[in-house]
Design a protein around this ligand. Structure first.
Ligand code: ZN
Length: 325
């Protein structure tokens, strides 16, 4: 529900540079082996596709969205996205994704990479974590399978059409399992990574229905708390978040969180908050940590990816006067 500046991604890529270089050596070796595997009976176009990946291997991992789009056009000339997504190319596509290391990175690299960027909750719904437990087949042990926590990502350029971008860091959108299922092939206008130099503000918002708080305080019935999910207009050809993920439906089940914020606003008035800050100067060294304790979540827009429900919490807390607008 909010974009991340390129600067943060580039700094994080810098931190993991050595590890990324190791991945490149591995994937180039893997792809060379795949290309010369006679059993695969690779056609000229498939070999050209592999060569194109090898010759841009490092850049394909770290390239920004604009550059990825240029690569996309080059790959389209070798194998069209429709062909790549077809049944006929299925085994080639899956083999490529495997040799590029995407599956392995989901458990050994993405969790720490995205933790460093500051994403632990779904970039679409912000209601769930980006980790899902998946069944893993165990071939070497007596156990047939185990369950393992794996990082979930959606690909801006889908890996069914563009296996070449399956490990491109700017192509990865961390998501929860249910949003990943719902998104499928729908096009969205949301861009997770932004080159904006100014501070980024979310254009999505949860708005309390006027009179909702007063009604609730009088009746003390949770069903009197009502809010709407508002999102920016989109082109007719693309879908809105609400249509694809039923954001309103998800959050309508979380009215108790809004209730807690309404009641907190009654207790933690501005003078009382000031008194608490003065009483515990060593605990509350920054306004951020005081607000985080107060809300039980992050309180700044740029931190909403750090914890599920942060966006909803911030929007409601602002409207009930718990934190500044
Ligand atoms: Zn989600």
């Amino acid at each position: 529900m909010i974009a991340i500046p390129y600067k943060i991604v580039d700094n994080t890529i810098g931190v993991f540079n050595t590890e990324i270089d190791t991945f490149i050596v591995q994937l180039v070796n893997n792809l060379n082996r795949m290309r010369s595997d006679k059993r695969l009976k690779l056609t000229r176009e498939k070999k050209d596709y592999i060569n194109e990946i090898i010759s841009h291997s490092k850049d394909l991992i770290i390239a920004k969205p604009k550059k990825l789009d240029q690569y996309r056009q080059a790959f389209d000339k070798i194998i069209t996205p429709a062909d790549m997504a077809s049944k006929q190319f299925e085994s080639f596509r899956n083999r490529l994704i495997k040799e590029l290391g995407y599956t392995t990175r989901r458990s050994d690299f993405y969790p720490k990479y995205f933790r460093k960027i500051g994403i632990k909750s779904c970039v679409y719904c912000n209601a769930h974590l980006t980790v899902a437990i998946e069944k893993v087949t165990q071939l070497r042990t007596k156990q047939k399978f185990t369950y393992k926590a794996k990082f979930q990502v959606d690909h801006y350029w889908p890996k069914s059409k563009y296996p070449c971008f399956s490990i491109s860091l700017y192509n990865l959108y961390p998501v929860c399992g249910s949003c990943n299922n719902c998104k499928s092939f729908h096009d969205l206008e949301f861009l997770l990574y932004s080159d904006s130099k100014t501070s980024i503000i979310s254009s999505f918002k949860f708005n309390l229905v006027p009179g909702s708080v007063a009604n609730y305080l009088l009746s003390r019935k949770i069903e009197d708390i009502n809010f709407t999910f508002n999102e920016p207009p989109v082109l007719p050809t693309v879908k809105k978040f609400q249509e694809v993920f039923d954001i309103q439906g998800i959050y309508d089940t979380q009215k108790d969180l809004a209730e807690e914020l309404i009641l907190k606003a009654e207790v933690y008035t501005a003078p009382y908050r000031l008194k608490l800050k003065k009483q515990f100067p060593k605990l509350f060294t920054t306004p951020g940590i005081f607000n985080r304790i107060l809300l039980g979540n992050y309180s700044s827009e740029e931190d909403i990816h750090k914890r599920p429900m942060a966006k909803f919490t911030i929007d409601i807390a602002r409207q009930v006067g718990l934190i500044k607008k």
